[in-house]
Every structure is written in C-alpha cells, then in structure tokens.
Design a protein around this ligand. Structure first.
Ligand SMILES: Nc1ncnc2c1ncn2[C@@H]1O[C@H](COP(=O)(O)OP(=O)(O)O)[C@@H](O)[C@H]1O
Ligand SMILES: [Mg+2]
Length: 257
C-alpha cells in the first residue's frame, strides 16, 4: 500500500545544516497497523509531513499503491500532533474543513460527515464548539476530520499524547475496534512502548537524528486485542524487546556525543 524509499531531509537551523532523516525506508501493507516509535525530536513528525506530501524530502520517494506521490497531498490523510480544531468553528464545521479546502460545498460536506458522528461515538456534538467537548471527544473529532478525506493511508501523529491515561486507554480500544471494522491502513507515531505493542502489527523503531530505521519488530499477538492481553507473557516480552531497542539507541547516542 505504502512504500517509503530512502527518504532524507536536512534542515537549516541558523544557517547550520541539521540532518533530520537519513535513508529512511518503510513499508505498510493494506489494512496494516504500523507504529513508529522514536525519541522526541528524531524526526517522526518530519517523516509524516513528507509522507503526507506537505514537506518535500531532499532525497527519496513516497509510493502509494504503486504510484509516486512524493510531494503530493492526495494519497495520505494526516492527523497532526497538535489538536488543531478551530475554537470558533462548530465541531461539525471543523470536521468538514479538509473537504471544503478540497472544494466541496458546505452542505454536501456536512451530509458526508454526518453518518460518521455516530460511528465515532460523538453524535450530538455537531453543533457544539470544541471547548465544550472532553479531550477524548476532541481527538475523535480530529480523527473524524482526517478520515472523511477518504485517503488510502491514515497518518496519526501521537493522537493520544496529550490525554490522561484513562481516556488514552479507552481511545486505544476504540481505535482498535474502529480500525478493524473500517479496514483502514494506519501508521501511528507514538513514544509509548505499551501503546505501540498493543495496537500494532509491526513497530518501526527510529534512531536519534540523523534518524534511520533501527529495527522493525513484528507483533504477533492475536486479534481482536483486549486490555487483558497486556498482562500476558508474550506481551511483556514484546515490551521488553522494544525497551531494549530503545536502550541500544540511547547508548549509541551517548557514544556519539
Ligand atoms: N521546519 C524546520 N526547520 C528546522 N528544523 C526543523 C524543522 N522542522 C523540524 N525541525 C527539526 O527536526 C528535528 C525533528 O523534528 P520532529 O520531526 O518534529 O521530531 P519528532 O516528531 O520526532 O519529535 C528537530 O530537531 C526539529 O527541531
Ligand atoms: Mg512529533
């Protein structure tokens, strides 16, 4: 479904070149749930912006369904790291934003998003303002806005990062359920090892900058998954493996400085 080949990116900070990504390769199959995990500042959001076509890479390409979509925005829908619901727009009007930008008329866009509100468990919030919603509901609305774009690949950048742990757990289960039903292809960025294991088919571990893929770990746990699975030996083993991968990374970072 998605193939990211040899992506590199150099930023200039006060005129000094800063190599953020070096030869990053990534592959995601149809209906797969892949997580990317890596230390803060290693370039995860940068990689997402490149995959989403809103930031040009310095080298490499992004292929979706066999087509080169490097620098093109129509193949992937990105849910950015910050919850960017506009406070002055009603929830429903926030969720149609991307559709309107794409040229759809407001009435038509509102009709298109309407059925999603019950699927997303936020029916009744359409005419409210974002400030009237709980954090978890706001994230559902942000995800709704991303999903209605009908793109083959969903990119979710730390969607649960700012939530309290109870809401976070609840939304993880909700996402697993809806992902399975809606047959989405998802890439999720997180820095939470447990979250990565719980949700994913495979986990990409990134190194600190210049960031590369350090390791790809397949999570062969049965689905559907429920919270009980986090207590099993298999689950704990995966957690330990990922923690170990992180440890290696930190020591290699120390070695470099
Ligand atoms: N537009 C930019 N100009 C210069 N540096 C940037 C820019 N965007 C990101 N960076 C730098 O690239 C690195 C990776 O950033 P980011 O992709 O946001 O990391 P992550 O999402 O993994 O926390 C950081 O050091 C950040 O300061
Ligand atoms: Mg980020």
């Amino acid at each position: 479904m998605l193939e990211v080949k040899q992506i590199s990116k150099v930023f200039h900070k006060n005129g000094v070149p800063f190599e953020a990504l070096r030869d990053v390769n990534l592959e995601v199959h149809e209906r797969e749930f892949v997580s990317i995990i890596g230390p803060s500042g290693c370039g995860k959001s940068t990689l997402f912006n490149i995959i989403a076509g809103i930031l040009p890479p310095d080298g490499g390409s992004v292929m979706v369904q066999g087509k080169d979509v490097t620098g093109k925005t129509e193949a992937c829908a990105l849910m950015p790291q910050k919850d960017l619901l506009f406070p002055w727009r009603k929830v429903a009007d926030n969720t149609i934003l991307a559709l309107q930008i794409a040229g759809m008329k407001k009435k038509e866009a509102r009709e298109k998003v309407e059925p999603y509100f019950s699927i997303f468990g936020i029916d009744g919030t359409q005419e409210l303002y974002p400030a009237q919603l709980s954090g978890g509901m706001r994230q559902r609305a942000s995800l709704l806005r991303t999903v209605v774009q009908d793109r083959p690949v969903l990119l979710l950048d730390e969607p649960f990062g700012a939530l309290d742990s109870m809401t976070r757990t609840e939304l993880q289960d909700w996402l697993l359920d809806i992902w399975q039903k809606q047959k989405w292809t998802v890439i999720l960025v997180t820095h939470d090892i447990k979250e990565a294991v719980y949700l994913s088919d495979r986990v990409y571990v990134m190194t600190p900058s210049p960031s590369r893929v350090q390791e790809v770990i397949s999570i062969d746990l049965p689905r559907p998954r429920t919270p009980e699975i986090t207590m099993t030996t298999e689950f704990v083993k995966y957690e330990a493996r990922l923690k170990h991968a992180f440890g290696k990374k930190e020591s290699s970072e120390e070695g470099n400085t």
